[in-house]
Design a protein around this ligand. Structure first.
Ligand SMILES: *Cc1c(COP(=O)(O)O)cnc(C)c1O
Length: 361
């Protein structure tokens, strides 16, 4: 068996022990004589798994029963629409802070539902930084304020979340959920597709404040209401059972690492290995993100020419390092450093970067 160093932006690398456990349990899940894929979502084994996944998220985020954890399919993209459908009444305005293409998509969906306001944007700078807090101009009484915690494509990340007072703060945390500690109690709603930091594609984790959930719309279709998922413990209809199972394994793995604080230490070391290689190149590699907005999850940088970038990607691939192509809106290289990526992978890449520059710089 030979596994590559996987820097894919999403779906992305999973911790090896998680994959091995899934493999080991695939034919016979906990003595049931069948895999989790073949089991009823109404079985007590599945219900226990589902409940455990909820509890693990709560424990890892340090939240209590004033929050609900929901598992909804449809990706973060469905959440772009569900948030305004549930929480943007006709009389109100929702505020969006635009820090990248995903934030724009979320904003675009809200615009189809109701009135919206751009509270801040760094779009004219190709989103190479997070706006200064002083540049955030909220509307009069926003129904909520929406942010994207980590901008996967540009390699920027909020270092300090904005203070929006008593207005509900909503965040798309698809690409940095459970990668670093933060105060979850500041948020009314957090959503994250699990395929980057905490599992596979197919399910989105939603963390929602109960008191806000109580204000959600009751006139939209049943399947689009957060209350439907809450009332039924995310088992209203057949859920993506295998995705929830894999997420649960990743959450257990995070616990085994020592929780979010320990994961954060490792993630900071990993990012430092890559950013140091960028910095010591003396400009051969130059970052897209401004240093004060730099992401621990996605490091983006350019080389002196597009030809060298192509060569970098193909030589890296030949050296078993994959998933390094930047998004077309930024170009260059993007190194995704999610929870499942090992420090060893980052060190191998940094050594490759040094060597590539020595030969081509
Ligand atoms: C990947 C990503 C998305 C898209 O998620 P889907 O699950 O494909 O809908 C949305 N937001 C952010 C921040 C992402 O990184």
């Amino acid at each position: 068996m030979s596994r590559v160093y996987n820097f894919n932006p999403g779906p992305a690398a999973l911790p090896l022990p998680v994959l091995e456990r899934a493999q080991q349990e695939l034919l016979d899940y906990q003595g049931q004589g069948m895999s989790i894929l073949e089991m009823s979502h109404r079985s007590k084994e599945y219900e226990a798994l589902n409940a455990r996944a909820e509890e693990r998220i709560k424990a890892l985020l340090g939240i209590d029963d004033s929050y609900r954890v929901l598992f909804i399919p449809g990706g973060a993209s469905l959440q772009f629409a569900m948030v305004p459908m549930n929480f943007l009444p006709a009389s109100a305005v929702a505020d969006y802070i635009l820090t990248g293409a995903w934030a724009e998509k979320a904003f675009g969906e809200a615009k189809k539902i109701g009135q919206v306001h751009i509270a801040a944007s760094t779009q004219t700078e190709n989103y190479h930084r997070i706006p200064d807090t002083s540049a955030i101009k909220l509307s009069d009484r926003p129904a909520y304020v929406h942010i994207t915690s980590n901008n996967t494509i540009y390699g920027t990340q909020w270092q300090q979340y904005p203070d929006v007072g008593d207005y509900p703060l909503v965040a798309d945390m698809s690409s940095d959920i459970l990668s670093r500690p933060f105060d979850a109690s500041k948020f009314a709603l957090i959503y994250a597709g699990t395929q980057k930091n905490i599992g596979s594609a197919g399910v989105t984790a939603i963390i929602i404040r109960q008191s806000w959930l109580d204000q959600a719309s009751t006139v939209i279709p049943t399947i689009l209401r957060y209350t439907t998922f809450a009332k039924n413990n995310s088992l209203y209809n057949t859920p993506p059972t295998f995705s929830v199972y894999l997420m649960s394994l990743v959450l257990e793995w995070i616990e085994d690492q020592g929780g979010v604080a320990a994961i954060d230490r490792i993630n900071r070391q990993k990012a430092a290995v890559v950013y140091t290689a960028v910095e010591r190149s003396g400009g051969f590699y130059h970052g897209h993100a401004q240093p004060e907005s730099r992401s621990l999850m996605n490091a983006t940088f350019r080389l002196p020419s597009e030809d060298l970038e192509k060569q970098f990607i193909s030589e890296a691939k030949a050296a078993s390092m994959v998933g390094l192509g930047g998004h077309r809106s930024v170009g260059g290289i993007r190194v995704s450093l999610y929870n499942g990526v090992s420090r060893e992978a980052c060190e191998a890449l940094a050594a490759f970067m040094d060597e590539f520059m020595r030969k081509n710089g």
